[in-house]
Design a protein around this ligand. Sequence first.
Ligand SMILES: *Cc1c(COP(=O)(O)O)cnc(C)c1O
Length: 465
Amino acid sequence: MDPRSTLPSIDKLLRQTEAQELIVRHGRDNVVGMLRNLLQDRRQAAGRGDAAAGQGVLEECADRLAARASPSLRPVLNLTGTVNHTNLGRALLSRRAADAAFQAMISATNLEYDLDRGTRGNRDSHVEALICRLTGAEAATVVNNNAAAVMLMLNTLAAGREVVVSRGELVEIGGAFRVPDVMSGAGCRLHEVGTTNRTHLRDFANAVNEDTAALMKVHASNYSIQGFTSEVPQADLAALARRHGIPFLIDLGSGSLIDLDAFGLPPEPTARQAIRDGADAVTFSGDKLLGGPQCGIIAGSRALVDRMRANPLKRALRVDKIILAALAETLQSHDDPQRARAEIPTLRLLTRPRDEIRALAQRLCPQVQTALSGLANVQVIDCSSQIGSGAQPVDLLPSAGLAFAETGAVSVSRIAQAFRDLPLPVIGRVHKGQYLLDLRCLEDEAPFLSQLDRLDLAGANREGR
Ligand SMILES: *Cc1c(COP(=O)(O)O)cnc(C)c1O
């Protein structure tokens, strides 16, 4: 007998209750299409002599349809120890920012509508006054991210002309943001001055010519130059730019809006200080230290910001109502530093004391040990977290976590895989040959604990995947 004749027909499969349930959930066309594909595979398997080719067709169909219908982008637990992890989506929004974003999503809004006059309005108006209050700038605008902010600023103010930058600041931020490439992408020419470790005011002064459009400073962000170094104070660069009638621009990167030293964190340049030092325009990210949605903020003089707003690129790079709603609430939280720390997850997590994190680790450790079924050992250790996203790479934050040592039974990479395979994937890091879960960013332990019984260190559930 031809083994292919043992395969069920589509019609027969569709008459079964399980198939009817799948049709309710996924729609008839999807179920029929999937069954057709599956039966084709099974027919080949049968042709190769697989006697079981006709079995479990509906079950596999259900699994495949469920996998296809589940979202690709989903929540994970960031226990890497890097608070602002770009690969894990950076800042978590505050509750009030998330609520505002949700409202903006499901309702019409006055996004570009002036409610007083009943006429067309400007979308920046919902955040401009807030940004100005927090930075001391005259005007502000918002675009898709800080890379876009730098692009818009340079394209508007310096297309076809030169921008002077120190060699020590020609950095690569990651994800293809390299200062020289951004310059050429924006249509301007980079005029590098100084050396990697030392740049002086005279280097800038000698570089200025009739083709110079601006002086620029870029926050080195993700690396630091130590030892015999020298950089030009912002105020001196601002004065030099003013003498030549050209703008002084700063890409702050993270650009905090509040003084982080007050919280015992490593200092980051604030936008307010940059404006006070005489910068004509500064740019910074919305989802780094600000702890808001992904966006890029430009704050500066009214004349320059107006020119940027009139650039067609602004239209291409603008943010939507969801982002603006979340950003406005994030900025409101910054009105008072203590409130900012209480409401904004990024600031709360960055300032979480080690004692509290260690106490959490000690509480969780016995339950985690049980879940390991004797295949591995876990212990509480002190470790160091990072701010992330290029803020202060050298300064580490004292933290604590759970360290898993490799045993003959399981490797570190197998442990890491088992945690990633959980329904709410847990992402840790490998540190000194151990698998480490830094608990700084675990504020709610319940979802972590409730899935531990599904930890599959032996990899049994992966077989045949
Ligand atoms: C992070 C960073 C950028 C890019 O900002 P995004 O918001 O990621 O686009 C640009 N410049 C500096 C100095 C940075 O640190």
